[in-house]
Design a binder for this molecule. Sequence first.
Ligand code: GLA
Length: 408
Amino acid sequence: MGSGLRSTTAVAVLAVILGIFLFSLSAAAPSWRRRRVRSQAERSNNRLGMTPPMGWNSWNHFQCNINEQVIKETADFVASSRLSSLGYNYINIDDCWAEMNRDSKGNLVANAVTFPSGIKSLADYVHSKGLRIGIYGDAGTKTCSLKMPGSHGYEEQDAKKYAAWGIDYLKYDNCNNNEIGPKERYSKMSKALLASGRKIFYSLCEWGQDDPATWAFKIGNSWRTTGDIKDEWESVVSLADQNNKWAKYARPGGWNDPDMLEVGNGGMTNEEYRSHFSLWALMKAPLLIGCDVRSMSNMTLEILSNTEVIAVNQDELGVQGKKVKSKGGLEVWAGPIKGKKVVVLLWNRGVFQASITAHWSDIGLQSSTIVKVRDLWKHYTIPNVKGELTAAVDSHACKMYVLTPQKQ
Ligand code: GLA
């Protein structure tokens, strides 16, 4: 046997042994770990989004009233406040940043009046603050505001342009697209981004119309599961329920997206915003701030800066917490987090204060398990809790806890 053949045989044997080892590892692992091993093999792409993205987006507060000054001042604030160190690092421009028409070579061009310095210069500025920059496009012929061209037929050219500008995140919308199905449209841009030479987080904004949770992991890093959020309590309630349906599809590298945060925009009470933020964190949703951070209240900043709630969202297991019990608007939501811990949310959707109980059987714990309970909003710990957890919860408020099993 020649030495070349011998080494080829040795490599083949080693590969088989490694394969058997990996297979037995994944078969013996709990389901969330199996899902994770499988997910790394399935994903096509960029290895971004191993935890849900965090940052800011212009749409919920500014809609089309954006300009480079707003983006720069937002980046200044995020970089100089504690928001950046908490993980809010994407500064994302939504619709209305471009001219109505492409240039003579077919390139997208920044609006000359509102973004006179151009996107490259803005990206350099945002990067100089240690932050990343996101942009918005559309899988049809025009964006939703009808103020910009869509990328249909220009996927590669636009992806290359984004890469050349230094873009780190693309939100890709779904308007004016009657011609081809969503999988095809969204895959085209996925391939174009992967071929662009830059790692770009790919956020599919398909509004959940064709159940993207079931197919988008292979091509993107997050996918909208719902229509647009409104700065109203009923909207938060409805979006939480819609997003909950797809819980099992979320995992490191690909997340269900029930739309961006409204915290601080004025349409809800602080308790309601606290519930909104807690639910989004527990559901492993992208945490994209949607208010004007330059003028937000201390209370808004406090809600958005809760490190213990953010830690749940950014937990490395990446398992989406879900609704486990619901009766007359009194709900228990829960999910596993690293270290055999369990996050529990007691949520009162009703109009009166009420007592809500999570039994250990509701949240996947053995009835004999003794836990330490950490209150993530009041920041205190209760030792030796057994069997159930009960709290009085105000109307539209929630209590959020991490339960750590004690050694017995
Ligand atoms: C759609 C999206 C929104 C926003 C607007 C912009 O409605 O779902 O999030 O991007 O378009 O026009």
